[in-house]
Write a protein that binds this ligand. Sequence first.
Ligand SMILES: *Cc1c(COP(=O)(O)O)cnc(C)c1O
Length: 358
Amino acid sequence: MMKTFEKNIRRVTPYVPGEQPQRPVVKLNTNENPYPPAPGVEKVLHEMDAGQLRLYPDPTAASLVQELAAYYHVKPEQVFVGVGSDDVLAMCFLTFFNSEKPILFPDITYSFYKVWADLYRIPYECPKLQDDFRICKEDYYRENGGVIFPNPNAPTSLYENLDFVEDMVKHNPDVIVIVDEAYVDFAGPSAIGLLEKYENLIVTQTFSKARSMAGMRIGCAIASPLLIQYLNDAKYSFNSYTMNQTSILSGVEAVKDKDYFNAQVQKIVRTREWTAGELRKLGFVFPEPGANFIFAKHPDLDGTELYEALREKDIFVRHWEDERIRQYLRITIGTQEQMETLIAFLKTYSGLKKEENR
Ligand SMILES: *Cc1c(COP(=O)(O)O)cnc(C)c1O
């Protein structure tokens, strides 16, 4: 029975992150980068003086903000940083989605959006992705309280070009449109270039995927100075010191090293293309992958069973029981060697299943 005091408790169904097994496995389940971050990050950690931790960090994280502004060719007043893009996005929901009208995001997308909407009691509606898993942009051309979608989308890995993104922003001039670009570096150009034309656009990015720093927790939002000001006002009303000293210093080093960054991204894209080719040969089907993961199913193999069989062999991928996608596995692109292990297993497994069905 519910206790009387429980009536006034904010109850939420939390987001469920992918597993972090504490033993060595072939870990292809949370879209982490298999390579280490830029060498400058290692150097910062090595040289850090614990004595510095006596002081509060710079509440504005100015050095990191400036480095990001230079990297994206925007003004520092257009950059907001937070503890991973989850922190940045949660702050955006709190700040920008305060309408009585529902915010809109796809039915199949990053499942945290629904959780934040519930947490903050923001009404929402989820237009269905088309059968090919593409977003139907016309579904978003109606009265709403705001729009958010990832590009590339997760878990489909589908990237939409900038004309598509611009149409979404242009048709929603009276609300804030957030484009979550967690995986954009693996796909194509960022919507940051559209900021010159649209004051209602926010682009978020993260250091967790392409920058190999999921453990450090850094994310950012790029938008007009006006929107960044509003975001900062909300942040300073919540927690002034979100960015710790270690994150600020190592984040700066990561952004500085463009060559290292580009080389790692290229390496993962090459492994992705190799993996996609091998999966196709085995009969898997999947939307064109734009991120560091492939969202694949096999017409003759059950998704849940395959997920379990992979797990038995300590190969971790992500799987959801949701009706529309339960035949699919979301497979993160790891090292070439990890992907070879995966493909070797799938070859044996699909061969055995064929035998069984004969
Ligand atoms: C991984 C991810 C994030 C959050 O990443 P952080 O680690 O919190 O920076 C946000 N959006 C999408 C679509 C993601 O896949």
